[in-house]
Design a protein around this ligand. Structure first.
Ligand code: NAD
Length: 485
């Protein structure tokens, strides 16, 4: 094994989890055994929650201007260790190195935002009648949990860690069992930055520990990012147990391409969106709606897709099951009448034969009733559907139950505006293939891509991680200072 056994992080120390269930960590890049993880029991979770609970009074009473100092130091540490963190991220997730470098850059941006929170969380005060003031302040919730998926081993944990902790909460992080390494390094760097023991804890495991988190009486809020199927389970279980919950789910993002779009820029964006991170992004486009005759753009899309080479500028998909699932979608679409223009099935990378790769795939004449058009593929594949009008395109887009993102490619302001107004998605792009809002704007979809109120990052997250205290204060307006004499 390349890495030591993966351990929980509780109360500032790495400790062994105690379940008998073990999960091997296999490299998607070449199939090597990287490490092994022991799942956690309810007892292990209890120990982490107890550590977080014990740390909460002192951390929450530390003024925010002091709490934020830890994250200034942490940001420097992320910068100092960017290359090492990027390697770890690529190794466990299979994405190419430059994508991991960009992922750590995004972590730094998320921390940067958190360091501005003291400026954003000031309360209000008003004299509402003579001698009477009303005052509001944002106070932390207590012990909170963050459950994350495999596709961004470092970035998605950073959607929650800096904001929740700067705002005064203590956290239990449950990494994906498919990529458990990065969170251990994050824990060590947070400690080096001066975060007090117990404020951040890591508990490894799979389904059982997620259930235990949703049931735990001392956890006040659960943030979840993952597939819609699990987001629904977590949201229902956590809220049934009277916890605050925000659960982000899967996606089926559409790119609507009009004949007047700039062909080369559109083709590059479409291919980058569908194949970046091997299509394993909740913002990846896996469906394109060609409105009218855009054959000249489709030709360019194929040209761009053929430039993408697995193992070089395209990473691996997470595991064998994922590779098989993606290839099944492609084969099924072709059997149902889709015309395959670029075929990424049976991709093998020389020297990395044990890796799990799928090459970029473009399928034309997909119809909205096919599984490849309806479901999230989570691989470097795009299915092209044909529409005659903008309204038809909107009908296809909005018939899908997800609602993370939708983009339009056109030079027409009125067409772009029409799509922006009518597409039922939380994040809209105009001539942008991956319309992720940068900080301080918030990230979050609609419909079956998100359950709960508010968004997970940016200003919107402040409300999720805090509760509002409203005080009404009355002083005697006749009072004098004579009491001192
Ligand atoms: P997943 O839902 O399988 O797993 C997410 C987390 O839930 C993991 O920590 C896992 O251990 C846990 N889990 C898995 N099955 C469970 C179950 N039955 N009960 C309780 N917990 C369970 O997701 P994944 O495969 O790791 O990640 C890919 C998915 O995440 C895709 O659907 C993608 O679109 C989605 N995602 C969404 C966003 C977003 O912002 N909306 C961002 C990233 C990823």
């Amino acid at each position: 094994m390349k890495y030591p056994k993966i351990r929980n992080y509780v109360g500032g120390k790495f400790v062994d989890a105690s379940s008998t269930k073990r999960i091997p960590l296999i490299s998607p890049v070449n199939g090597d055994l990287l490490s092994e993880m022991t799942c956690s029991t309810d007892g292990d979770l209890n120990a982490a929650v107890a550590a977080a609970k014990a740390a909460f009074p002192a951390w929450s009473q530390t003024p925010i201007k002091e709490r934020v100092q830890v994250f200034f130091k942490y940001k420097n540490l992320l910068e100092k260790h960017q290359l090492e963190l990027s390697e770890l991220c690529s190794e466990e997730n299979g994405k190419i190195y430059s994508e991991s470098v960009a992922e750590i850059e995004k972590c730094i941006e998320l921390v940067e935002f958190a360091t501005s929170l003291p400026q954003l969380v000031t309360g209000e005060v008003l004299e509402v009648s003579r001698g009477v003031e009303c005052k509001t302040e944002r106070v932390p919730l207590g012990v909170v949990a963050s459950i994350v998926p495999f596709n961004f081993p470092a970035m998605i944990p950073h959607w929650t860690i800096p904001n929740a902790i700067v705002l005064g909460n203590c956290m239990i992080m449950k990494p994906s069992e498919k990529v458990p390494l990065s969170c251990g390094r994050i824990a060590a760097l947070l400690k080096e930055a001066g975060l007090p023991d117990g404020v951040f804890n890591v508990v490894h495991g799979d389904t059982d520990i997620v259930e235990a988190i949703c049931n735990h009486p001392d956890i006040a809020a659960v943030s979840f990012v993952g597939s819609t199927k699990v987001a629904k389970i977590v949201y229902q279980r956590a809220t049934q147990n009277l916890k605050r919950c925000l659960a982000l789910g899967g996606a089926k993002n559409h790119l609507i391409v009009l004949p007047d779009a700039i062909s080369s820029m559109t083709a590059q964006n479409v291919v980058a969106s569908m194949s970046g991170c091997a299509g394993q992004r909740c913002m990846a486009a896996s469906a394109m709606i060609a409105v009218g005759n855009v054959d000249h753009i489709i030709e360019k899309i194929c040209e761009e897709a053929r430039k993408i080479v697995a193992g070089k500028n395209l990473g691996a998909v997470i595991n064998k099951a994922s590779q098989e699932r993606i290839e099944k979608y492609i084969t099924e679409a072709v059997e149902q009448g889709g015309k395959i223009l670029v075929d990424g099935r049976n991709t093998i990378v020389a020297g990395k034969e044990g890796g799990t790769y799928v090459g970029p795939t473009v399928i034309d004449f997909v119809t909205p009733d096919m599984n490849i058009a309806k479901e999230e593929v989570f691989g470097p594949v795009i299915g092209i559907m044909r529409a005659k009008t903008l309204d038809e395109a909107i009908l296809i887009e909005n018939a899908n139950p997800y609602g993370n993102a939708a983009s339009v490619f056109t030079q027409s302001g009125s067409a772009a505006r029409y799509i922006m107004e009518h597409a039922s998605a939380g994040m809209i792009g105009v001539n942008v293939g991956v319309p992720v809002p940068r900080e301080p704007f918030s990230f979050g979809g609609w419909n079956e891509s998100k359950f709960g109120v508010g968004d997970i990052t940016g200003k919107s997250s402040i409300e999720f991680w805090t509760k509002l205290k409203k005080s009404t204060i009355k002083w005697n307006p006749e009072a004098t200072v004579n009491w001192m004499s």
